[in-house]
Design a protein around this ligand. Structure first.
Ligand code: GDR
Length: 327
């Protein structure tokens, strides 16, 4: 059986990837940070086939040990401080985990290596946040980076160091430049889930208002379950390379809000939504839209879930879990 090692196993993408790799017959190892990580309980319950392995992206010896112990064929580095807004307050921590963590993981891969005829293949979770103040639209693998947050800056370092290790040491290392990808497993701090959860709670009379930041910013939103398949496909190719993974469509936060409220049968969303400057960011990424042509042509990948279906899926899920709480 092929063996996969995943950092960030407790996050949205780690869970979707584990689920997908399980259907492909993989043995799956998930790196877990710290003692008694509470999010691990969810993973243990929902994904009993994932074997937890201790390790921390801030600690190279722990990464080397984890790879020696698990001897993976594929390493997926999804672990990061991933909330852009938080990165403005904890910039140094973000640089250490989201940026230097990639370097440490690459070093561990280089040191442990894998069999000579079957070297470890490495996937790095790069991000559309690297494009930031966009230099061209839509953005492709060749668009220059101009990050607008400490998170974006750390991701640029991670992306560049993957290219550098690939070129310097001939590693099979790929980066997926993933645009926003969402779903029912998204954390409540991210805008899509914040909105769909609030809509469900407002509909059920559990909450009176939804307080948001910038309603004008736009994102290219896809479904996380589709995007993890692109990660895996990258590692099945003959040559390592980088790919933009996106839908090619962009929508504003206001469109998201309108659609989510309508999905719950509420047409006058303005009654419930208030803007607060505390949710505005010191610098904003205004228009992200990705061109996934290369992923489509070389990987045969395309998104299956469109924006209205994604919002519907998330609102329905939140209505289900919120109404179960009041029963
Ligand atoms: P993003 O996701 O920063 O794009 O990064 P997020 O959902 O946090 O923000 C999207 C946009 O919504 C605006 N916004 C708000 N955002 C939040 N979180 N809360 C609010 O109340 C709110 N109001 C408006 C934001 O200003 C922003 O423009 C995500 C993360 O998953 C990254 O890790 C990943 O790399 C990128 O997507 C691709």
């Amino acid at each position: 059986m092929p063996r996969a090692f995943i950092t960030g196993i407790t996050g949205q993408d780690g869970q979707h990837l584990a689920e997908f790799l399980h259907t492909q017959g993989y043995d799956i190892y998930g790196m877990v940070k710290g003692q008694n990580n509470p999010r691990m309980t969810v993973v243990r319950e929902e994904f009993p086939y994932v074997e937890p392995v201790p390790g921390d992206l801030a600690d190279l010896p722990s990464l080397v040990k984890a790879l020696e112990q698990t001897q993976p064929d594929e390493v997926y580095n999804l672990g990061a401080i991933s909330f852009v807004a938080l990165s403005f307050n904890q910039a140094e921590l973000t640089a250490n985990i989201t940026g230097l963590g990639v370097l440490r993981m690459l070093e561990a891969v280089r040191m442990v290596g894998g069999a000579t005829n079957n070297p470890i293949r490495f996937y790095q979770a790069s991000s559309s946040e690297m494009f930031g103040k966009v230099r061209e639209t839509p953005q492709t693998e060749r668009t220059p980076f101009h990050p607008r947050s400490p998170y974006g800056c750390a991701k640029v370092f991670g992306h560049d160091i993957v290219v550098n290790y690939r070129e310097s040491y001939d590693l099979f290392a790929c980066s997926g430049i993933l645009f926003n990808h969402e779903g029912p497993r998204r954390g409540l701090e991210f805008v899509t889930r914040k909105v769909t959860n609030a809509v469900a709670r407002i509909k059920l009379g559990l909450q009176q208002e939804l307080v948001l930041g910038n309603l004008d910013s736009k994102r290219d939103w896809g479904y996380a379950g589709d995007y993890v398949k692109a990660m895996w496909l990258m590692l099945q190719q003959d040559q390592p390379d980088d790919y933009v993974v996106a839908t090619g469509e962009t929508h504003s936060i206001e469109e998201l809000v309108t659609l989510a409220f309508a999905e719950a049968g509420i047409d006058d969303w303005q009654r419930y939504v208030r803007q607060d400057p505390k949710f505005f960011r010191p610098a904003e990424v205004d228009l992200l839209i990705g061109d996934p042509s290369k992923a489509r042509e070389k990987l045969g990948w395309k998104p299956e879930v469109d924006f209205p279906s994604l919002v519907k899926m998330m609102v329905e899920h939140d209505l289900r879990i919120e109404s179960a709480k009041i029963r």
